[in-house]
Design a protein around this ligand. Structure first.
Ligand code: TRP
Length: 334
């Protein structure tokens, strides 16, 4: 039986928070643990370079992300784990792809417009090419499943378009990749507004937070009097109920909701119990991370063999595509 290929790319913008962990890492781990999948997981450091970056920290940042994911449960014996720039074939494929993509389409994407708003003084060709490179990341492994958040859907649409265009024009056999969604994917911000995000202070819990830090972050979640005749669907209280459901189970959440409609809730207790539950899930991850941090050779070795494995697969696709495009498939002049 042919295995289903999975590819995910993690951005290297700082340490993981609960939103990334529940929304992305958990899904990636679930996919890796299914026998009929073959998973490729990479840090998208080339994508980091599409906006201003620091050459002094870029690789260390990638390693940081790898450590978080390894600690959370990615297993190098089951998944191919690597850093994008260490498999340069992605760049070659993205160039071939760029020949079938219109500039207008790329500049109209909501994700592009958002980045331009954030960095109006530096709109590079690399930034316009962001979705094309992402399509190359996925299609170079002919991956069919991509575990990413809903915000990445426009990019997947681009990848499907490129696959169709390439297949139609040149006779390649790229699949049309789909987004893989996890149940707990939308993790709301602790502020009660929008989604948990690293760039919004007070919105997140880090994977590395200790019990006291978690408690003090939860303490700041806005609440109400603790009772009412309708369960709040948005705002801080809704966030707390959702977090209770995720970390303490549906039953516990129902219990609180019932109390909310009846005798009322003591948020201090709720928050304290919730902090305990969150910490007990994070503690083993933190301990594993500490061990990995001390074992840099082991981590480097994972990345070397990951890149080797990835390159072997990537080179197969590159030589196929070169041949379909009328180029020398080996890429070497004879
Ligand atoms: N654009 C993705 C993000 O911002 C990161 C990414 C790069 C990615 N290449 C990818 C995700 C390939 C999935 C597949 O999260």
């Amino acid at each position: 039986m042919n295995k289903t290929r999975v590819l995910a790319g993690m951005r290297s913008s700082g340490r993981l928070h609960l939103g990334n962990y529940l929304g992305a890492a958990k899904g990636m781990i679930a996919l890796q643990n299914k026998n009929n999948n073959e998973c490729f997981y990479m840090v998208a450091d080339l994508h980091t370079m599409t906006t201003p970056f620091d050459k002094k920290t870029i690789r260390a940042q990638s390693i940081d992300v790898i450590l978080d994911y390894l600690a959370a449960g990615l297993d190098p014996n089951k998944s191919t784990i690597f850093i994008q720039s260490e498999v340069p074939e992605h760049i070659e494929l993205s160039f071939y792809f760029s020949t079938v993509v219109s500039l207008a389409k790329m500049t109209h994407l909501p994700t592009f417009k958002e980045k331009v708003r954030e960095n109006p003084d530096f709109v590079s060709i690399a930034l316009v090419n962001y979705p094309v490179l992402m399509a190359a990341d996925i299609l170079i492994y002919k991956a069919e499943l991509v575990p990413v958040g809903i915000d990445q859907e426009p990019h997947l649409e681009v990848a499907r378009d490129i696959a169709k265009k390439m297949n139609g024009t040149f006779g390649t056999n790229f699949p049309e990749p789909k987004r893989f969604t996890t149940k707990g994917e939308y993790i709301p911000s602790l502020t009660g507004e929008g989604k948990m995000s690293k760039s919004i202070e007070g919105s997140y819990i880090l994977l590395t937070d200790n019990y006291e830090q978690i408690k003090s972050r939860l303490a700041k979640v806005p609440t109400d009097s603790g009772r009412g005749n309708k369960i709040p669907e948005s705002g801080g209280v809704a966030v707390l109920f959702k977090a209770v459901e995720i970390f303490e189970g549906k039953e516990k959440a129902e219990e609180y909701k019932k109390a909310y409609l009846g005798k009322g809730i003591q948020y201090k207790n709720l928050k304290e119990n919730l902090a305990k539950a969150i910490y007990s899930e994070l503690k083993p991850i933190q301990e594993k991370r500490k061990k990995l941090e001390k074992n840099t050779d082991y981590v480097e070795q994972i990345l070397v063999s990951g890149a080797q494995k990835a390159r072997t697969e990537a080179q197969k696709t590159i030589s196929e595509v070169r041949s379909k495009l009328g180029l020398n498939p080996s890429g070497v002049l004879s």
